[in-house]
Design a protein around this ligand. Structure first.
Ligand code: NAP
Ligand code: ZN
Length: 352
């Protein structure tokens, strides 16, 4: 077994603190990784505080992992010690079902294994995530990070990047399309950069007046403060596609009304309690659609990393020490993140 040190929660109400635990013995198809950076996703906070009601304690969050390979199992041919690699939200799946066969491991019909708070297929214990010194992951779930990208800025691509890239591709976002991104947080700012890079006309919706200039700099053609009804009205019936990344319950109708005939709004934000139901007539009258999307499969995640590698796209980040993770969570709740916290894991190695 490999000893690991991380930061995790022991209950919904305790702050995250240092924990020691074991990683499984290296299996023939495993890759062992020394973690350099880990992004901080709002899902980490939802899980640490048991807001989705499914947390098994202790939980070590973190699924935007960047590191260097330190060892590989006897059957691993695609990775070697020293490679710069990433691990996202998935670390295993059945590899047998129709969804896995299509490369859609996130929809595995037998249940995928999450990078944290998931059931380990080898030991039957729980998986522990990337707020830690090292991790052991099945080779099929390890991603290659383009060396030209800043490794800290690339970390958020592993969740925020793929979660926004996948629906943008699925709904054919491209030049000539009018696309809305709702919420300028971790997911939202990646959605904005990616939709812009795909050539769409992008409108960013925010509740934070102070983010207007940043949104323009990040690639928005227009910025709308969503609490301003007259600004919203100007965009009625005009969008092909809207990607909603908001982490809190809110009224969906003001956004549904902005879709043109056959337009779709996709929800990726996953608040702990439900949104108020949208008006059925808002769907019926223009054959509008409301849909959801979960992260992305491994092949598509590699495609997204290569897309970002070719264009030099990384997240705008604020690097933090692991000891500051609890303050970072409080700032995330106040929408005060520009635009993703990334933990520099040397802070943990020095403490460990
Ligand atoms: P985040 O960085 O905290 O960003 C969320 C943004 O939503 C905020 O910055 C804010 O943007 C906006 N917002 C927050 N509270 C709001 C409110 N009450 N009303 C309106 N807007 C509000 O979070 P994140 O890491 O991007 O994650 C967003 C959500 O996606 C979370 O629920 C997370 O669990 C979920 N998620 C889903 C998937 C998936 O596969 N579907 C994957 C990863 C994460 P403004 O200041 O611009 O308004
Ligand atoms: Zn995430």
């Amino acid at each position: 077994m490999l000893s690991s040190t991380g930061y995790g929660a022991t209950s919904a109400t305790e702050p995250l603190s240092k924990l020691n635990f074991q990683r499984r013995d290296l299996q023939p198809d495993d890759v062992q990784i020394d973690i350099l950076f880990c992004g901080v996703c709002h899902s980490d906070l939802h899980t640490a505080r048991n807001e989705w009601g499914n947390t098994v304690y202790p939980v070590v969050p973190g699924h935007e992992i960047i590191g260097r390979v330190t060892a590989v199992g006897s059957q691993v041919t695609h990775f070697k010690a020293g490679d710069l690699v990433g691990v996202g939200c998935l670390v295993d799946s059945c590899q047998q079902c129709g969804s896995c066969a299509e490369g859609l491991e996130q929809y595995c019909e037998n249940g995928f294994v999450g990078t944290y708070n998931g059931e380990e297929m080898h030991s039957g214990g729980m998986t522990y995530g990337g707020y830690s010194t090292n991790i052991v992951v099945r080779d099929k779930f390890v991603l290659r990070i383009p060396e030209r990208l800043d490794p800290a800025g690339a970390a958020p691509l592993l969740c925020a990047g793929i979660t926004t890239y996948s629906p943008l591709k699925q709904w054919h976002v491209s030049p000539g399309k009018k696309v809305g991104i709702v919420g300028l947080g971790g997911l939202g700012h990646m959605g904005l950069k990616l939709a812009h890079a795909m050539g769409a006309y992008v409108v960013l919706f925010t509740t934070s007046q102070g983010k207007r200039e940043d949104a323009k700099r990040l690639g928005a053609d227009e910025v709308v403060v969503s609490r301003n009804t007259s600004e919203m009205r100007e965009h009625r019936d005009s969008f092909d596609f809207i990607l909603n990344t908001v982490a809190a319950p809110h009224a969906l109708d003001p956004f549904m009304e902005l879709l043109k005939r056959d337009g779709t709004m996709v929800l990726v934000g996953a608040p702990a309690s439900p949104h108020p139901s949208p008006q059925v007539f808002n769907l019926i009258m223009k054959r509008r659609r409301l849909a959801g999307s979960l992260i992305g499969g491994i092949a598509e995640t590699q495609e997204m990393l290569d897309f970002c590698g070719e264009r030099g796209i990384v997240a705008d980040i604020e690097t933090i020490r692991i000891q500051d993770i609890n303050d970072a969570y409080e700032r995330m709740l106040k929408s005060d993140v520009k635009y993703r916290f990334v933990i520099d894991m040397t802070s943990l190695k020095q403490e460990a």
